[in-house]
Design a protein around this ligand. Structure first.
Ligand code: FEO
Length: 165
């Protein structure tokens, strides 16, 4: 059985992951508006990954006998001033999500919920990857600056992203 406090925190994290999907889908729309379809494809895949994170938490909360309660998903931003600005926002957002996961993990510890702690270790590792990927793309975009050729090449590269196996 899960404590009410932890149940509330899990429900909040389901909302954070769903918002992440919404944010990245909004970024996909932004990149389509710039005809950067590779960037857009990357964002759409990222949005799917975020929904899979939300579902992982959803299913786990149900298995633990918790009551799932879906919260309002806030409206994401729609425009960024450049691809670099969008990916800088991704990087900041992932740092924020890491903080949420860390807080949830600590709460699971203080509520003495071992299954939740074990499950959340997957998310802790996932966040290392998410932050690292975003940071690398920010670095590439900083190197590219206004070079149209460089942007086009990165667009092709990001468009080749594969689903995780
Ligand atoms: Fe589910 Fe990008 O954190």
């Amino acid at each position: 059985m899960i404590s009410k406090k932890l149940e509330t925190a899990f429900n909040k994290q389901i909302n954070e992951e769903t918002f992440s999907a919404y944010l990245y889908l909004s970024m996909a729309a932004y990149f389509h508006s710039l005809s950067l379809d590779g960037f857009a494809a990357w964002m759409k895949m990222q949005a799917q990954e975020e929904m899979s994170h939300a579902m992982k938490l959803f299913n786990f909360l149900d298995e633990l006998g918790g009551r799932i309660s879906l919260l309002t998903v806030k409206e994401p931003e729609k425009n960024w001033k450049s691809p670099l600005a969008a990916f800088t926002a991704v990087s900041r957002h992932e740092q924020y999500i890491t903080g949420c996961i860390d807080g949830l993990y600590q709460l699971a510890g203080s509520e003495k919920c071992n299954p939740a702690q074990i499950m959340l270790q997957w998310f802790i590792k996932e966040q290392v990857e998410e932050e690292s990927t975003a940071a690398k793309i920010v670095l590439r975009l900083n190197q590219i600056k206004d070079n149209a050729n460089g942007l086009w090449m990165l667009d092709r590269e990001l468009g080749a992203r594969q689903h995780k196996t």
